[in-house]
Design a protein around this ligand. Structure first.
Ligand code: FEO
Length: 177
């Protein structure tokens, strides 16, 4: 049976993953409206991934004798200056989620909840990958720039990253969840 304190923080984490999914979907919509198909497709996949992170927490809580309460999500930011702002916000969001996961690890360590600690290891590794990806994208943007054909080339580059990520997920036998 899951400790109520652990159940509470895991439910809070579900809400953060849902908020992250909503933010990324909002970014997708803005990018699609601007005709940036590569970036839009990438952000759609990221939104789906965040949803799977929320669902994975929900299943764990319910399978552990708890009740995963679904929280409402406030309206995410809808207007963005440019793609640089979007990917800077992605990195900030991923860093926030990483901090939150590390706090969960602290709670479970104090309560000696080794089962949940084991479950959370997947999230610790996933956050490392997601922060790395956001930094890589910002580095590419810095190199390519947004002048002239820069935005067009950057969009193509992000489409390429998306294809590689999908191939990796297929090789791993599933969709990144
Ligand atoms: Fe599920 Fe990227 O945090």
């Amino acid at each position: 049976m899951i400790d109520p304190k652990v159940e509470k923080v895991l439910i809070e984490q579900m809400a953060k993953e849902s908020a992250s999914s909503a933010l990324y979907l909002s970014m997708h919509s803005w990018l699609e409206m601007k005709g940036l198909e590569g970036c839009a497709t990438f952000m759609f996949a990221q939104a789906e991934e965040e949803r799977t992170h929320m669902l994975k927490l929900m299943k764990y809580i319910n399978d552990s004798g708890g009740h995963a309460i679904i929280q409402g999500v406030k309206q995410p930011k809808a207007q963005f200056k440019n793609v640089k702002e979007i990917f800077e916000l992605v990195l900030e969001s991923e860093k926030d989620i990483s901090r939150s996961i590390h706090q969960l690890v602290d709670v479970c360590t104090k309560l000696k909840d080794y089962t949940t600690l084991h479950f959370l290891q997947w999230y610790v590794a996933e956050q490392h990958e997601e922060e790395k990806l956001a930094r890589t994208i910002l580095d590419k943007l810095e190199i390519i720039g947004l002048e002239g054909n820069g935005l067009y080339l950057f969009d193509k580059e992000i489409a390429g990253i998306q294809v590689q990520t999908e191939m990796k997920a297929q090789d791993a036998g599933g969709a990144g969840a």
